[in-house]
Design a protein around this ligand. Structure first.
Ligand SMILES: Cc1ncc(COP(=O)(O)O)c(C=O)c1O
Length: 398
């Protein structure tokens, strides 16, 4: 890992952008990858950690009983440091849908109350709360932005004493739209509503002040902005919910599971903190070291510096895109990604031009979603802008 040197005593100092880190990834020169919001490439360090872990897994006699616990605990602690939360509140879950299911199973609502989600929400969130509403008799409200409202303003306009749960994204997944979590959290507390956050498109890329936000539950996948492997996600559970009911009863979540010889001395109690919500087999011998290598690298880079760097990259893209006459779908956006509104008649041409140029970005809803990371070079940006110019020239109303 290259050393970073961002030591400053001035808390008002702006975080310094980082140099391009392409050499730490295995990305060919002719690939311009702008799809971190879908699936991040693995760091070379993660891939190497994975290969070493597979070697160890091939020889289980080299794995001690402690190893069933130490890697998972290290992963929990590193994630907690990155998120700025108490490690005791972190559960290791495979997917956001799993973490959201834990939240939904432990929250309540009455008929006539409301559950707020965002319009064009991520399906795992929408379906979870749709089911919750069906079970409890509450109504599901998908909050729309009207007349230039930000997501925060739109949610605040709906969030009142009728609200049982507000389940929002930390950053809108289709286009990087900013969600003012601090304001939503403050109003949710006033209204007595539970706050559930899906931070899959934010955590690791932008600073989140979870001490101030104090969500009831927060979930994130690990394979996007956390640069980790698939199926290793995270659920943060506020202290007041840590005695809740897990989705499943697995042996390792029970107190004293470290003593393999005593596992049939069945236990009523769970391991401390939020560990009762860990998914079965959360040890993941093969992939846990990949996740921890990535978390270490992110901690070394520092999230504010990652955000500052990605803000510069997306700023350059935004200026070029606007010069082409293309709109952003959210101008009020977080620094790490952007969504370009593509007029219907240009969509096929844009898709073709991007593919021809080795540019990878995703279409979500009505946006071409562009999500770079520290591997992104000036040439990548130029390649994207050239492809958009070629595909839209003369077809966009200026
Ligand atoms: C906001 C958000 N949440 C969650 C996910 C992944 O969901 P799950 O872990 O349920 O597969 C994604 C993937 O694109 C996402 O964008």
């Amino acid at each position: 890992m290259p050393p970073t040197d961002d030591h400053t005593d001035d808390p008002s100092a702006q975080p310094r952008p980082l140099p391009v880190q392409r050499e730490l990834f295995d990305i060919p020169d002719d690939v311009a990858y702008f799809n971190c919001a879908s699936l991040a490439p693995q760091l070379r360090a993660s891939a190497e950690a994975g290969v070493a872990a597979l070697g160890g897994r091939a020889r289980p006699w080299t794995i001690s009983s402690d190893d069933w616990f130490t890697g998972a605990e290290e992963r929990r602690a590193l994630f907690a440091r990155l998120a700025g939360v108490d490690p005791e509140g972190v559960a290791l879950v495979p997917a956001t849908s799993y973490g959201l299911a834990v939240a939904a199973a432990n929250l309540t609502a009455r008929p006539g109350q409301r559950v707020l989600v965002l319009a064009e929400d991520y399906p795992s969130n929408r379906y979870t709360w749709q089911r919750f509403a069906g079970r409890t008799g509450a109504s599901l409200v998908a909050v729309e932005r009207r007349d230039g409202q930000s997501w925060g303003e739109a949610v605040l306009a709906e969030l009142d004493e009728r609200t049982a749960v507000v389940a929002v994204l930390a950053t809108h997944w289709t286009d990087g739209g900013s969600v003012d979590l601090a304001a939503i959290a403050a109003r949710a507390r006033e209204a007595g509503a539970a706050l559930v956050v899906d931070a899959s498109q934010a955590l690791g890329a932008v600073p989140l002040d979870l001490d101030a936000i104090r969500p009831d539950y927060l979930v994130t996948v690990g394979y996007k902005w956390l640069l980790g492997p698939f199926a290793l996600g995270y659920l943060y559970v506020a202290e007041r919910h840590r005695d809740g009911v897990p989705l499943e009863e697995n042996w390792i979540s029970r107190l004293g599971s470290q003593d393999f010889g005593a596992l049939v001395d069945y236990q009523d109690r769970y391991q401390p903190g939020a560990r009762r919500f860990d998914v079965g087999q959360r040890t993941h011998f093969e992939t846990t070291p990949m996740a921890t290598a990535a978390l270490r690298q992110l901690l070394d880079w520092q999230v504010p510096r990652i955000a500052a760097t990605l803000g510069q990259v997306t700023g350059r893209i935004q200026r070029a895109v606007e010069a082409l006459g293309l709109p952003l779908t959210s101008t009020d956006r977080d620094p790490h990604m952007l969504g370009i509104g593509l007029p219907g008649e240009t969509r096929a041409a844009v898709a073709g031009a991007l593919a021809e140029s080795g540019v990878h970005a995703g279409v979500r809803g009505s946006s071409l979603r562009v999500s770079p990371h520290l591997w992104t070079t000036d040439q990548d940006v130029q390649r994207l802008v050239d492809a958009l110019t070629k595909a839209t020239d003369g077809r966009v109303a200026r």
